[in-house]
Design a protein around this ligand. Structure first.
Ligand SMILES: Cc1cn([C@H]2C[C@H](O)[C@@H](COP(=O)(O)OP(=O)(O)OP(=O)(O)O)O2)c(=O)[nH]c1=O
Length: 613
């Protein structure tokens, strides 16, 4: 009701929607807005790395879409519309920006990343008010964004491919459409539904109210056309209608695209302010260690096991059962609920599916022991990150009170319980990605494989499940092999897997068509990596394969965030690191492997396959 007068104010204005999205057209026409559609020709290729946040990128793209249309229409008619609306929708997950998939493989990679997780959908919107005076064009840009949190169910491969083959993902950010078949993938949504579909109607109406009933309209600065755009944001727009440099537009202005906020287009030279660059992202970073510690503590106290067995429970019940304070326990449980790990109802706290799948100490895909190793090992090492950075050395002495190359193994193999905890940690971390790694390539041409440092056989069993004709040897240290039996599954795949004790730096490697290095290369400094690859290269017959399972860094080494963090972890613990595909390519080529290919799984391991020349 309140908003209708605002819409009515636009009835006598020439409104243009700079978007080809049928969803945006539908949302706005249902809201009673009258407008013309002029799809933008702006190429959506701004450098994502140059933006501090995903929504900053979406807002800038929205703005450039709208500005391109405003300028093009002004050039063509010498009369720009009164208002041009641009929008851009992106999906953001763990620091990664997902736009429309380029093909079905890309859609698969996006959807499998989103599976079982919560992500954000951001739509950036730009409202450009135009006025043409004496042949010139004044542009006044207002921008905003809206965030909606969407949680996906765990998606089976079958459902995923069936959905991809429906054709729906291809023209949609993140590869899904919540308004149609994609709605079936969504477990929960927090925020404006329309925002996910491409246009945050509610915020848009509020913004219009703000613009058309402004407290001090005379305060709004206006800008002349020649201050934007930055030339490199208009690359390739040189068609006859284009408003590129030298066409009365930017006049050779070579500024980089600006890191945006909710600024006026004129503000290119203005210093960032808390309004244009809000501190949210920094505040979230500050809290990162508290979030990790809350998770570690809940796991250490086995709260998720307790709630599985006895839940739902009140804070008081939990506190009594674990012998802790009621106040502290209540706070921790509430934080876990806030993090999406627990559901809180009148009946008490209970596990969410996320906690059930990954945080129970004995679940099939349990990350509980992995989390405990983060608490017990990575946490103390990261406390000395500044020393590690300054000195460029492993801080084992400070963090663990032990020096020497083998500090990690020493700490885990010193007693059986610690060793089993470490093996469970590796097992869980490998298992959550095992199927994606095993199926990343068609490995059915191989008849024998050897997983070097294959620990509990988590990947070996999955390979055996996927390829019934494959025999897999797990080669690992004798102290690991002696307890690997604890992890043997009950299915027929157990018969395809055997265990051989040995040290891959010293002993003869078992013969195999395919060698596997899963989470091994990131453990060792470069000289050891070369030593190991050279030994494998000598054992591998021509035409044989090498499958490397590690988290791949992007070529600019700034993403994805989990790979980046794992890389830092490896540096701090071992003076080792994660690598990009081109780094793996040169490493493997240097040891006689060719045809190096990669598949990003979006999970704890990506897959790289190479062939021995
Ligand atoms: C996540 C999601 C996105 N989408 C759509 C909205 C947008 O149309 C599209 C994201 O791509 P955009 O680049 O934002 O928009 P577009 O290319 O469709 O149109 P234009 O650039 O001309 O404005 O994804 C859905 O329809 N449903 C969804 O659930």
């Amino acid at each position: 009701m309140v908003l209708y007068p605002v819409m009515r104010k636009l009835l006598d204005k020439r409104v243009v929607l700079a978007s080809a999205s049928p969803r945006r057209q539908e949302i706005l026409s249902h809201a009673g807005l009258r407008f013309t559609v002029v799809p933008s020709k702006f190429k959506e290729n701004l450098s994502k790395a140059s933006f501090p946040t995903p929504y900053a990128y979406a807002m800038e793209t929205a703005k450039q879409k709208a500005l391109e249309v405003a300028r093009r229409m002004h050039q063509k008619d010498l009369r720009a519309p009164d208002i041009v609306i641009g929008a851009d929708t992106i999906v953001a997950l763990e620091g990664l920006i997902l736009e429309k998939p380029v093909d079905k493989t890309d859609a698969y990679s996006m959807l499998s990343r989103l599976s079982g997780k919560e992500h954000s959908v951001f739509t950036g919107v730009a409202i450009v008010q135009c006025s043409s005076q004496g042949g010139g064009l004044d542009l006044d840009v207002s921008e905003f964004y809206e965030e909606t949190r969407v949680r996906f169910s765990q998606l089976s491969e079958e459902l995923l491919w069936e959905y991809i083959h429906s054709g729906e993902p291809l023209d949609k950010a993140g590869g899904y459409g919540i308004q149609a078949l994609g709605g079936m993938l969504v477990e929960a949504i927090h925020g404006d539904f329309h925002n996910v579909v491409g246009f945050p109607l509610n915020r848009f109406c509020k913004k219009l109210a703000e613009l058309y009933h402004p407290p001090r309209p005379e305060d709004r600065p206006r800008e002349k056309q020649d201050s934007i755009p930055a030339e490199d944001t208009f690359d390739g727009l040189g068609d006859s209608e284009g408003a590129g440099p030298g066409q009365g537009g930017a006049r050779g202005d070579r500024r980089r695209p600006r890191a945006p906020g909710r600024e006026h287009a004129k503000d290119a030279d203005r210093k960032p302010s808390v309004e244009s660059v809000p501190p949210t992202a920094v505040l979230e970073l500050i809290d990162g260690y508290k979030v990790s510690k809350a998770l570690f503590t809940a796991c250490k106290m086995k709260l998720f096991d307790l709630l599985r067995d006895k839940g739902p429970l009140s804070a008081l019940d939990v506190a009594r059962k674990i012998g802790a304070s009621e106040g502290g326990t209540g706070q921790l449980l509430d934080v876990c609920a806030g993090l999406g790990l627990l559901d809180k109802t009148e009946g008490g706290y209970s596990n969410t599916p996320l906690a059930t799948l990954y945080l129970l100490s004995d679940g099939e895909y349990s990350l509980h022991s992995f989390i405990m190793t983060q608490e017990e090992v990575s946490w103390p090492f990261f406390s000395y990150l500044d020393f590690a950075v300054r000195e460029g050395t492993v801080q084992a002495q400070r963090a663990m009170g032990t020096a020497g190359e083998d500090h990690y193994q020493e700490s885990f193999y010193k007693n059986r319980e610690k060793k089993l905890q470490f093996m469970r940690a590796m097992h869980g971390h490998t298992k959550v990605a095992a199927r994606q790694v095993a199926t990343a390539f068609d490995l059915s041409g191989f008849t024998s494989a050897c997983d070097l440092g294959g620990c509990t056989g988590a990947l070996a069993y999955e390979l055996a499940r996927q390829y019934p004709g494959l025999k897999v040897t797990v080669f690992d240290l004798p102290e690991v092999i002696e307890d690997a039996v604890c992890f043997q599954p009950h299915g027929p795949e157990a018969g395809q897997v055997s265990f051989v004790p040995g040290d891959f730096f010293q002993d003869t490697l078992p013969e195999a068509d395919l060698y596997i290095l899963s989470k091994i290369l990131h453990n060792w400094p470069d000289d050891k990596v070369h030593q190991l690859l050279s030994r494998i290269s000598r054992s591998c017959k021509p035409g044989g394969g090498l499958l490397v399972a590690e988290q791949l860094l992007d070529e600019d080494k700034c993403r994805p965030l989990p790979a980046l963090m794992m890389s830092l972890n490896m540096t701090v613990l071992f003076q080792a690191r994660e690598r990009s595909l081109s780094e793996y390519r040169s490493l493997l080529q240097a040891h006689g492997f060719t045809d190096v290919r990669a598949v990003r799984t979006g999970s704890t391991s990506d897959a790289v396959l190479a062939t021995r020349a």
